[in-house]
Design a protein around this ligand. Structure first.
Ligand code: TGC
Ligand code: FAD
Length: 392
């Protein structure tokens, strides 16, 4: 944390922290400690090595961060502000780790909890909460992720079973998942299936050579006549609305998470510009740099206040997907712009992994794309304002 003579925290100029309850403070502080002590020291190497840090999984589980919003099934039952703060602190470390937790919590445990049978919940949720089972979420297909209604992966009934054929692309955790929540078109509309890693005909190769989210596993999923028993169909998921409702949960977490990445960049660049002497004075004493730092603080503050209100609406069960779209769009754009500008203020050092902005910047290129691209979220808000659907 940067210290200055003022009482204001440069990373929280509007003291949003004071709005949180004791429980929310406790959750934020414990995740922050974990990120400072365990995550940050290893993330640079994990990113450089293109390796997901598996050793963090039991620690994340011990902190109760998987499925933290779920009540019961060995989950923590925390409120939405707590979930947001968890994402924010994790992403201050690295977007790849936040992605891992987002997928497990919002895209795998959430649909099992919301749409699964009691037997599915008992089988998967406690194991996932303990980090003993890992999940992934397969919605995007190679021909175009923005329009999941044009889904080509198909499931056909065969007696009591279903046979799945098709493929998914860009799937976080795919290669390391024990269970994949797979969305497929059927004669009865879109359904959700729990595909288990050893089911014959199912493969999940890792996508190599990424320049973004290098500490996260991203995979393709292939289904070649995969036979899935009826017991693995999510009974409550009966249309595209089911996977889209999962996206709302994950996008909510991202709107909070990216604030952490932006804070890490601003923190770094405030320190760097104070120490860097150019033309006989610290870089931070120039008007242009101060304007750029002030602009970063403005964007972070706006993002924090948006996220806070979003969380309050969610906890009152009054959240609309349009509000989540606006926040995901605004906060990802803010974080990416901050990371890019922070990289530039560092000059040549900005391209070195010794400083955090370039890693956050590269990660945020994925974060602004996945869970709905910026354009998709702009069009969701446009539809809300005009009543006209510009997607069709
Ligand atoms: P549309 O006709 O608008 O909607 C169909 C039904 O679904 C409802 N709905 C939603 N419900 C909850 N949450 C949402 N976000 C919802 N969006 C729509 C809608 O009300 C309707 O309900 P009903 O009762 O009328 O049937 O559907 P559309 O086909 O026109 O699509 C709209 C569009 C373009 C917004 C949607 O397709 C979309 O969001 N596209 C982007 C796809 C996307 O974001 N994919 C993300 C894949 S997962 C991922 O990226 C994980 S990254 C993981 C990590 O963190 O590492
Ligand atoms: P496309 O849909 O082909 O879009 C290409 C471009 O066209 C974009 O710029 C887009 O904004 C623009 N565009 C689209 N529609 C319009 C329009 N109507 N008007 C104007 N422009 C438009 N998916 C999952 O299902 N599960 C995961 O776990 C997952 N993890 C991911 C992890 C990573 C690292 C990445 C990069 C992606 C992940 N995704 C995942 C996929 C992600 O959701 C998609 O990449 C995203 O939805 C965009 O789909 P696309 O890549 O096919 O791009």
């Amino acid at each position: 944390m940067n210290t200055q003579d003022s009482n204001l925290n440069p990373l929280d100029l509007f003291d949003v922290h004071s709005e949180f309850s004791d429980e929310e403070h406790m959750v934020q502080d414990s995740v922050a400690r974990f990120v400072d002590d365990q995550v940050i020291p290893m993330m640079r190497e994990a990113f450089e090595q293109h390796q997901f840090p598996h050793e963090l999984v039991p620690m994340v589980a011990d902190l109760g961060l998987f499925g933290s919003s779920i009540d019961g099934y060995e989950c923590a039952g925390l409120n939405s502000i707590c979930y947001g703060l968890i994402c924010q602190e994790l992403e201050r470390g690295d977007s790849g780790l936040r992605s891992f937790v987002s997928v497990q919590s919002s895209l795998v445990m959430f649909p099992i909890h919301a749409y699964g049978s009691e037997e599915q919940k008992q089988r998967w949720l406690p194991a996932m909460s303990r980090g003993e089972a890992i999940g992934c979420f397969g919605l995007t297909e190679p021909h175009g992720g923005s329009d999941p209604s044009n889904m080509k992966t198909r499931a056909k009934r065969d007696g009591d079973d279903w046979i799945i054929n098709g493929s998914k692309m860009w799937i976080t955790n795919g290669t390391i998942a024990d269970a994949a929540i797979v969305w497929a078109m059927t004669d009865e509309g879109v359904k959700g299936f729990i595909v288990e890693k050893d089911m014959p005909g199912f493969t999940a190769p890792e996508i190599e050579n990424k320049f973004s989210l290098r500490a996260s596993v991203t995979s393709a999923l292939f289904f070649d006549d995969v036979r899935v028993p009826a017991a693995n169909v999510l009974p409550g998921a009966t249309s595209l609305k089911a996977p889209l409702s999962c996206l709302t949960q994950a996008r909510y977490g991202i709107a909070w998470g990216v604030i952490g990445a932006a804070q890490a960049c601003l923190d770094e660049v405030i320190r760097y510009s104070a120490d860097r002497i150019l033309f006989n004075k610290p870089l931070s004493h120039t008007q242009t740099i101060q304007i750029r730092l002030a602009d970063m603080a403005r964007r972070i503050t706006t993002a924090q206040l948006l996220a806070l209100q979003l969380g309050r609406l969610k906890d009152r069960d009054r959240l609309s997907p349009t509000q989540v779209s606006l926040a995901k769009w605004n906060n990802c754009r803010a974080a990416l712009d901050i990371a890019r500008d922070a990289r530039d203020i560092l000059g040549g050092s900005g391209i070195s992994a010794e400083y955090v902005p370039i890693r956050h910047m590269l990660n945020l290129e994925s974060v602004i794309t996945y869970e709905g691209t910026e354009t998709i979220h702009q069009l969701v808000v446009g539809k809300e304002l005009t009543g006209a659907n510009a997607f069709g």
